[in-house]
Design a protein around this ligand. Structure first.
Ligand code: GTP
Ligand code: MG
Length: 355
């Protein structure tokens, strides 16, 4: 899974990237934003997985997540096609929004206004998709003038619906699509269709004001606050020292982005984890909420999916409290699930399949 951090210049994108990946990429106050990007693949921390690994005495193999710091936006300029290609590859977007004051760091729009920036970035995404759709409509119409093809007629109809949705200024995240429609437009990699997390990077003075803008995931979009620079500093302190400064900054109930970011992104993107356990490794796998056992088995191997018989399933905690598979079976906690079983977060699944 790729999560891409982007935003206006000097908003704290690289700071967040460093925080999430333990990297030390340079942060700069003055230099022009260079359009180089940073990339890191990190483990998704998971206490449940660690407990299971301990039980089996096998190494935990964490789910992986790729973070990309795509740098400052460039829409409609000479660098924009490279930039847009970069964010098209993302499974989810992380929009870093400037909320902190610093007279030395200029904001391209001249003032600090997180809500304005969230809206204007949304407009950039919508406009980019609009241009993609317009181009495709022209192409399809021209092809249809030459030859009438049923599929093209159908595609044109959908493209026109998408076009008018975008024309109203709405992102594609809010447009209802059927599964088939989603599949047919997958190749366009529409930007406004991607789940997006707006992160307002505040200082201690603007923190409580910006808290009002926080919104939980709705239509695959959510807004959170982040006290970037302070969090970076606080994380270097010992726990007791940290508490003193948290109070001093008025951040007593502050939730550390380093700790909450993955949960936020899993929620936003409707992701859950299941585990496989065995003699050589204890492993976490990421699937979409609503995926069934058959789909989940395909994440592991296509052979397992093709030969799918059943999934022996148990919740990770039920397993640990039972103390092993035989005990769990005795208690009736080990279930045999078929292909259509909806995988639950925290399931341990052992797939039986025909080889
Ligand atoms: N006061 C304050 N400064 C911050 C905060 N976050 C980042 N900065 C400073 O802002 C400057 C830019 O931070 P970066 O993380 O490099 O920002 P960026 O968005 O990656 O910048 P570009 O990639 O150049 O667009 C650095 O000097 C940071 O120390 C913050 O929360 N508060
Ligand atoms: Mg940067």
């Amino acid at each position: 899974m790729i999560l891409t951090i982007f935003g206006y210049p000097k908003t704290g994108k690289t700071l967040l990237f460093n925080l999430l990946t333990d990297k030390k990429e340079e942060l700069s106050k003055f230099s022009a934003s260079i359009n180089e990007f940073h990339k890191a693949i990190v483990n998704v921390p998971d206490k449940r997985l660690e407990k299971l690994a301990e039980f089996f005495s096998t190494p935990p193999v964490y789910a992986k997540i790729e973070y990309l710091d795509a740098g400052a936006v460039s829409f409609g300029d000479s660098k924009s096609s490279t930039f847009i290609d970069l964010i098209r590859r993302a499974d989810g977007l992380v929009h870093m929004v400037r909320g902190f004051e610093d007279e030395e760091i200029l904001h391209p729009k001249g003032s600090i206004d997180p809500l304005r920036d969230i809206r204007s970035m949304e407009e950039e995404l919508i406009t980019t998709d609009f241009l993609t759709v317009e181009k495709r409509i022209e192409r399809v119409e021209s092809d249809l003038r030459k030859i009438k093809q049923k599929e093209l007629v159908k595609e044109l109809e959908l493209l026109k619906k998408i076009n008018s949705h975008l024309e109203e200024g709405s992102p594609l995240r809010t447009m209802p699509f059927s599964d088939n429609e989603l599949l047919s437009i997958k190749g366009f990699k529409f930007l406004s269709l991607k789940p997006i997390m707006n992160i307002i990077n505040c200082d201690e003075n603007s923190y409580s004001e910006n808290l009002k803008l926080v919104s939980p995931p709705t239509d695959n979009s959510a807004t959170f606050v982040f006290a970037g620079k302070i969090e970076m500093e606080l994380l270097e302190l010992e726990e007791d020292e940290r508490q003193v400064f948290e109070e001093e900054y008025g951040l007593k109930d502050y939730q550390y982005m380093r700790e909450t970011f993955i949960t936020h992104s899993y929620d936003l993107m409707n992701l859950i984890s299941f585990f496989t356990v065995g003699s050589d490794e204890t492993k976490a796998w990421t699937v979409n909420k609503g995926d069934n056992a058959y789909e989940a088995s395909g994440k592991i191997h296509s052979d397992i999916q093709q030969g799918f018989i059943r999934g022996e399933t148990i919740n990770w905690e039920d397993f640990l409290t039972s103390g092993g598979f035989p005990q769990a079976k005795e208690k009736g906690l080990l279930r045999l699930e078929g292909k259509v079983y909806l995988v639950q977060d925290g399931d341990i699944i052992h797939f039986r399949f025909n080889k």
